[in-house]
Design a protein around this ligand. Structure first.
Ligand code: 5GP
Length: 190
């Protein structure tokens, strides 16, 4: 997606540890006009798959998922990182290792909000090692549902996540794939 690539070139900052910082338009301040275009792109690709729900993970995936959901006209469910008293008990839970924070934690989704009738589109902001997306796919499987696909804003193609998910048969659509970001220079895959 050309618009997203241009924005990453303009405002993205390459940080130590293979981190791309995009908090001026995606992760902190959110450019909703850009999100709208991203949602449209996801819909163009996955719109004919009979998606019944969008599943994401808090926090950064939520905004993108919500705007995309307007095109699909389906609810958004987000996996919670922090257990809350009011949904304790009947939950699907998986362990996810955070790429940015370097630690593992359980994410949960209430059993009430996913079922075997669901055909779920997973959406997230970044794809690095694929742990978050794989965890979300596992939750869908636990619920007996199907994964319609995985929509990612920015895939870091030099990390293993995209390749692994595709090798497992998941249809991954990334709007921008970063091929390398050595010495602060961001190069995209065509
Ligand atoms: P994975 O689970 O694929 O290793 O990492 C994906 C998750 O880590 C995303 O949910 C995202 O929040 C975070 N993440 C991974 N790489 C980056 C990055 O370069 N920049 C930012 N801002 N977040 C990242």
């Amino acid at each position: 997606m050309e618009l997203l690539k241009q924005r990453i070139q303009k405002d993205g900052e390459v940080r130590a540890g293979n981190i791309l910082k995009v908090d001026s338009f995606l992760n902190h301040r959110m450019d909703i006009t850009l999100f709208k275009e991203m949602g449209r792109e996801f819909y163009e690709y996955f719109g004919d798959r009979g998606v019944t729900k969008i599943l994401t993970i808090e926090a950064s995936g939520i905004g993108i998922a919500c705007i995309a959901a307007l095109y699909f006209d389906v609810p958004v469910v987000y996996a919670k990182k922090h257990p809350t008293k009011n949904i304790a008990g009947d939950v699907y839970s998986v362990e996810v290792t955070s790429f940015t924070h370097g630690r593992s934690y359980n994410v949960i989704v209430s059993k009430r909000f996913l079922s075997e009738d669901d055909n779920v589109l997973i959406i997230d902001d970044f794809l690095a090692n694929g742990c978050a997306a794989r965890g979300l796919a596992d939750i869908v499987t636990m619920a007996g549902g199907r994964v319609a696909g995985v929509g990612i804003a920015i895939e870091k193609g030099f990390q293993a996540g995209g390749e692994n998910l595709r090798a497992h048969g998941l249809d991954v659509k990334s709007l921008a794939i970063v091929e390398s970001m050595e010495d602060g220079r961001i190069v995209f895959r065509d």
